[in-house]
Ligand binder design. Structure first.
Ligand SMILES: Cc1cc2nc3c(=O)[nH]c(=O)nc-3n(C[C@H](O)[C@H](O)[C@H](O)COP(=O)(O)OP(=O)(O)OC[C@H]3O[C@@H](n4cnc5c(N)ncnc54)[C@H](O)[C@@H]3O)c2cc1C
Length: 307
């Protein structure tokens, strides 16, 4: 429970805020208040804040860039740690391979661009993905034929008792938009840092590739406040196709609407509530279930109260 001793301990780790609106910390721009909120700027701050929450039994949410999450309008009862631990070391040679180590709050796209600029390939596909490296592990972020599973060699996880566990990439069971985390096989851990393999290459060619992928993305994806794809693609067809078929392209509830440009995107037109977005999600799932007998699976995480 949140009590005085917990808060005293947390203040020693870093500055805290009360009643912080999570709408300021999610790309959808929705979500109620966090009881307690802290920004972790180093791996140590992330770990110790996380450990304290476990020690005092306080529910704890590690938030990356908030780009794959729908936080309820009633917010989160407990501690939210926004992860901005962003130190990057490398690339350096580890035996015969080149690797780079990134703290989990590093932005995946910045990492990808920085690597390309310094002549290392392996993450170009990630240049337009707005999340952190930690969030990318949880969902095995991917695009344009690449995904984190292809390059992840190691991850360091903070456990609730203060230990740091080192796991090989394969041990995290990364699969299509999921991992041991989303499947519940790893509970009570925060991702602290990752190591990915990279390969020396010509910087100008990599930068050109990134420009081309960015242009492709601009053409395919709508603008506005959103969280990327809402549903995972079923094996046979993309999720947007199903949403279109059931007549929901352009459908609006409150100030949330299903994009005309890409029906797997829900846009906050300004002032939308999480419950509007959730109502669109429920409607799409129900119609697709009725018309096709298919259960659309969520790609975004639903977190907190008020659904
Ligand atoms: C415009 C747009 C385009 C996108 N395009 C793509 C795309 O092409 N491909 C793709 O895969 N995704 C895409 N996404 C979705 C999103 O960017 C990715 O899923 C990203 O990896 C999420 O990272 P995040 O830091 O924002 O995670 P958050 O949304 O902050 O968190 C998501 C979940 O991960 C957990 N989490 C985050 N960090 C940690 C940590 N350190 N330890 C433990 N748990 C953690 C959170 O608790 C939460 O449950 C897109 C999103 C947007 C808005």
């Amino acid at each position: 429970m949140i009590n005085r001793r917990f808060l005293e301990g947390l203040r020693k780790v870093g500055p805290i805020k009360f009643m912080e609106p999570l709408s300021h910390h999610t790309t959808w721009g929705v979500g109620g208040f966090a009881d307690v909120f802290m920004i972790a700027r180093s791996e140590e701050q992330l770990r110790w804040a996380f450990v304290l929450a476990q020690e005092y039994g306080v529910p704890c949410l590690v938030l990356g860039a908030g780009s794959n999450i729908l936080v309820g309008d009633e917010g989160f009862r407990g501690l939210v740690i926004e992860n901005r631990a962003a130190k990057v070391v490398g690339p350096y040679q580890d035996g015969k391979i080149w690797v780079v180590r990134a703290a989990s709050g590093a932005r995946l796209a910045s990492l990808a661009r920085g690597l390309a600029r310094s002549g290392f390939q392996g993450l170009e596909w990630a240049c337009g993905i707005p999340g952190t490296v930690g969030g990318a592990v949880v969902y095995n972020a991917g695009a344009y034929g690449g995904c984190l599973a292809d390059v992840l060699t190691r991850a360091w996880l903070a456990s609730g008792d203060g230990r740091v566990l080192e796991l090989g990439g394969k041990e995290l069971s990364l699969g299509y938009r999921g991992s041991a985390f989303t499947r519940g096989a790893i509970a009570g851990m925060a991702i602290q840092a990752v190591e990915v393999q990279v390969w020396p290459a010509e910087a100008p060619a990599l930068e050109a590739k990134i420009k081309q992928l960015e242009a492709q993305r601009r053409q395919a994806q709508p603008r506005g406040r959103n969280a990327g794809s809402v549903f995972k693609n079923p094996p046979d067809r993309p999720a947007w196709w199903y949403v279109e078929q059931v007549g929901l392209k352009g459908w609006r509830i409150g100030n949330a609407y299903i994009s005309q440009k890409h029906a797997n995107f829900i846009i906050n037109l300004g002032g939308a509530k999480a419950r509007d977005i959730k109502a669109l999600i429920d409607l799409a799932r129900e119609r697709v279930r009725r018309q096709f007998g298919l259960e659309l699976e969520l790609e975004v995480a639903l977190v907190g109260e008020g659904f």
